[in-house]
Design a protein. Sequence first.
Length: 386
Amino acid sequence: MNQAVVQDRAADVVAAVGAALEAHSPRATGLQRLARGLWTAAWAGTVAGVLVACSHAPAQPPSQSVPLLNLPPQAVAASAPAAAPNPAPEPLRYTLSVGDEIDIRVPDAPQLDQSLKVRPDGKISLALVGTLHAQGRTPDDLQTELRERLQALDGAPGQREYLLQPNDEIELKFPWYPQLNEVLKLRPDGRIQVQMVGTLLAQGLSPEELQGQLRQRYARYLKQPDLSVIVRSVTTQNVRVPGGTGRAGLAQLQPVVVARGFAVQQVFVGGEVGKPGVLPFRPGMSLLQALVEAGGQLPTGDMGQLVLLRRAPDNTAQVLHPALADDYLKSPDRDIVLQPFDVVLLPKSEPASLADRLNLYVFNLFPPLKNSSVGFGYSLRPNATN
């Protein structure tokens, strides 16, 4: 049935209803005419919506039994001749989720071993490295970034400078004035007391920077203020690298990320299905399997509008439209392998949505219209006589 025929039939229905009401009460008052108009519009909308829905409904082929598995190629081709085949599914990879427990093992530095749980914000906190984003990533990805962070903290050869710290021991040597040679230890406040020039702050300086400051001060007293600063003992491995403060020796470490505990993996199915709710996820679980386990499609569901929501690695939502046939068991070529925490939503069809709107905006406001006939009589005047 095309759209023009639908419109003509709807107009005929409206005209017939209006004529019947006019014949029933030719001398209606203004309020009666208003109620008559609302009632006529409700009936016209209902009839037109049903006709439009029927005009768009595809012809149902004769029922036949088509098995879900091992379909012959002819049946698959006949079910969706215009559908392009889906690309091969990606291999299933385990990704970390909120609540997962992981172990960081550093074979050459067991003091850096940690057992962590992915926080509600999807991140973890590590010694030396700081905060890393873990949710949605594989343990291998996290392990690679952790090693790269440690290498950056170690710095490239020739770009590391040791920074003096309290309790470090240094020796000052003067080639031309050996009587000024002395061994000093940085005080807890990071300063040193040097003969002739007094006190100066050494903490946070490299030996070369301290040597430059001492030469400037001794230049006021010595003709040849050459001297060397020799570090005899250190209390930390902290070094200055181009990106800030790092730590020597981290580049040789090879930490390993081990997934120890896992959050419960689930799939969510909602909308017009028999049993909407949460399903336990299984490796290899498909979209059709999830729909069958959720009780199948209700008559009010529109399989062509089915939506699959999936969390991307960057924690954004991907929206997939499988475009299944009305009889979804006949379109196995469009099936999709689900991933943990996928959300499957089956919306209502247009006729079902139209019925809901009529109930909400018409029949709930005018209950008699719901089960009334065309000859429904009414009177809005309290003292009206027959």
